[in-house]
Design a protein around this ligand. Structure first.
Ligand SMILES: Cc1ncc(C[n+]2csc(CCOP(=O)(O)OP(=O)(O)O)c2C)c(N)n1
Ligand code: SF4
Length: 261
C-alpha cells in the first residue's frame, strides 16, 4: 500500500511498496515476520535489478506462499530440498540469479543434509533462512532451533535438552565450511535490525553475483500464533529471549581482504 502525504499542498509519497512485492493482501497471521522478510527480499532484488533473472525456490512451510507475494519466477521444492533444487537450477542456468527461502523446520530439520552439502560445495546460491524457532505451518511443534525451556505443542513442558538436545546454531555450523563465502544473522525485531538485515541480504546477493561462494542470511523472526503470544509480546520475546541465544551480526565474511602481512 502506498502511503502519501501533502507537503506545501503537493502530494508526496512517504512509502511505496517495492515493485517485486505483489499487490495483494497477506495470508500470514497478524504480526508474522515472513511479510517483513518478503519485503526485504523484494527491495534488495529490485535495487540490484535482479528481478527478471531471479529463480527463487520456495520451501514447505508457511512461507511456501512466497510464490504468491513475490513477483519472481519460483520453483517449489519438496520439504527441505530447496538447496538441492537450487543447485540443479544453477547447473542448467548459469546466468540465473538463484535464491532459496526456507524456514527452520525446512532448513534445519528435514533439510539438514541438503543445506550442508550445498554450502560445502560452495554453490553460488543466496539462501534466506527464516528462523522462527518452531514449525509454524503444522501447528507449532518443536524445531531444532527451539529454545531450551520453550513450550511447543510437541514439548508442552518446554524443550528439555537432556531429551531433545540443545538448539542448533545452523548458521554458525555452516560458517565453518570453506565453501561459505558469507554468513550473517539479522532479525525483524525493530527498524534498525530490519535495516541491517537488508544490508546483509544485499551483500549475500552480491556474493553470488561475484561467484565468491555460498551465501546465507538467517533472519530471526516471530511466529505469534505458534508461540501463543500477541504480535507485540512476540517481538519482545524475539528481542529478550531469542536474540541472546542467536546473536545477530556477520558470522563469516570470506570475501573481506585478509588483514596484516
Ligand atoms: C516430507 C514432509 N514431511 C512433513 C511435512 C509437514 N510439514 C509441513 S510444513 C512443516 C514444518 C515447517 O516449519 P518451518 O520450516 O519452520 O516453517 P514455518 O512454517 O515455521 O515458516 C512440516 C513438518 C511435509 N509437508 N512434507
Ligand atoms: S503460523 Fe507463525 S510463521 Fe506461520 S503465518 Fe502464522 S505467525 Fe507466520
Amino acid at each position: 500500500m502506498t502511503v502519501e502525504t501533502r507537503v506545501d499542498d503537493q502530494p508526496r509519497v512517504l512509502y511505496a511498496p517495492p515493485e517485486l512485492l505483489a499487490d495483494r493482501s497477506t495470508t500470514y497471521c497478524p504480526g508474522c515476520g515472513h511479510g517483513v522478510v518478503h519485503r526485504l527480499v523484494a527491495e534488495v532484488l529490485g535495487e540490484l535489478g535482479l528481478g527478471p533473472r531471479t529463480i527463487a525456490v520456495a520451501p514447505v512451510g508457511c512461507s511456501v506462499f512466497a510464490y504468491d507475494f513475490l513477483e519472481l519466477d519460483f520453483v517449489e521444492a519438496p520439504h527441505g530440498r530447496a538447496p538441492a533444487v537450487a543447485t540443479g537450477i544453477r547447473r542448467v542456468m548459469p546466468d540465473a540469479f538463484v535464491l532459496t527461502y526456507q524456514g527452520d523446520g525446512d532448513l534445519a530439520a528435514i533439510g539438514t543434509g541438503e543445506i550442508v552439502h550445498a554450502a560445502a560445495r560452495g554453490e553460488a546460491i543466496t539462501a534466506v533462512f527464516v528462523n522462527n524457532g518452531i514449525y509454524g505451518m503444522t501447528g507449532g511443534q518443536m524445531a531444532p532451533t527451539t529454545l531450551v525451556g520453550q513450550r511447543t505443542t510437541s514439548c508442552p513442558n518446554g524443550r528439555d535438552p537432556a531429551f531433545a538436545g540443545a538448539p542448533i546454531p545452523m548458521t554458525e555450523m555452516l560458517a565453518v565450511l570453506p565453501g561459505v563465502a558469507y554468513a550473517a544473522r539479522g532479525s525483524v525485531v525493530d527498524a534498525s535490525s530490519i535495516g541491517r538485515t537488508k544490508q546483509y541480504l544485499k551483500k549475500a546477493c552480491q556474493v553470488q553475483l561475484d561467484r565468491a561462494g555460498f551465501a546465507i542470511v538467517e533472519v530471526l523472526s516471530n511466529c505469534p500464533i505458534g508461540w501463543g503470544m500477541t504480535p507485540v509480546e512476540s517481538i519482545e520475546h524475539l528481542r529478550d529471549a531469542v536474540a541472546p541465544v542467536y546473536p545477530p551480526g556477520v558470522i563469516v565474511d570470506r570475501t573481506a581482504p585478509a588483514r596484516g602481512g
